[in-house]
Design a protein. Structure first.
Length: 263
């Protein structure tokens, strides 16, 4: 054991001593622990709990504790900074490229961006400053008042010639999108004369099916930074099918379908 570990253990010992001076020890959570002369085990449980309480207030360094007579190493939880949560710089993932007719040159790039949720008013103010710099604040302010604890996303289109940016889709992220693992959302807009559908499905969706009058199309589901679910794109009325959309279905890992749109 080196000198730094000795100091860490000494610091934990002092914190444990302070904690045990202030905490009134009660019984363990299970009555069975107290039966049959097992009070010694209960005392070990109390000691382990006190050590865990002390370590929970530490700063992320490796600590050594004794629980049920065994030495175990723990790393205290690290509280992420605003920068690590991407509050001031969004995570961006390109979803597709739009090509002109009869050319192999991309005309525009379509990406999704996710701005991390601010936790304090100060973080919200600084995030606003950065959104102004990124050119998305005009759209952002059209939403309801910013809410602490909620992410903000945008679908961004960048012109391949000149770099002009437009934001056709944006909004506060709905937490229910991930709680409902089979959720579905889609947005339609035009890019360089091409009708584009961009959508998002919940984390339990393994396959997506668009049914048209004369066939079906399965868009590719793509991971995007910061999202638990996946995104997809469709150009026009889907290259291999014609007619109107007759239905949209999502499938889980067991191939159980859920119809999310009819006609």
């Amino acid at each position: 054991m080196n000198r730094e570990q000795d100091m860490a253990h000494h610091d934990i010992s002092l914190r444990l001593a302070d904690a045990t001076d202030e905490v009134e020890v009660g019984i363990a959570p299970y009555e069975a622990v107290m039966r049959g002369g097992k009070r010694r085990k209960a005392r070990r449980w109390v000691l382990g709990t006190a050590v865990a309480l002390v370590m929970a207030g530490s700063t992320g360094t490796l600590a050594l504790a004794v629980v049920d007579g065994r030495e175990q190493s723990y790393v205290a939880a690290h509280r992420q900074s605003a920068e690590e949560r991407h509050v001031y710089t969004p995570q961006r993932t390109q979803l597709t490229e739009i090509y002109g007719r009869g050319t192999t040159d991309a005309q525009a790039y379509v990406s999704v961006e996710l701005w991390g949720a601010p936790r304090t008013e100060a973080e919200a103010r600084k995030q606003k400053e950065r959104m102004i710099e990124y050119g998305v604040w005009d759209e952002r302010k059209a939403d309801p008042e910013a809410e602490l604890g909620r992410d903000w996303f945008s679908v961004v289109v960048i012109d391949a010639h000149g770099g002009k940016q437009t934001v056709p889709v944006f909004g506060l992220r709905d937490k229910s999108d991930d709680r409902d693992g089979m959720s579905f959302k889609s947005y339609e807009f035009t890019v360089k004369g091409t009708r584009l559908t961009v959508g998002y499905v919940g984390p339990e969706v393994k396959r997506l099916e668009y049914e048209y009058d004369d066939g079906t199309v399965e868009p590719e589901l793509m991971k995007a930074a910061g999202f638990k679910g996946r995104w997809f794109t469709l150009e026009g009325k889907a290259s291999r099918a014609k007619g109107d959309v007759a239905g949209i279905r999502v499938f889980d890992a067991k191939e159980v379908p859920r119809t999310v749109q009819v006609g």
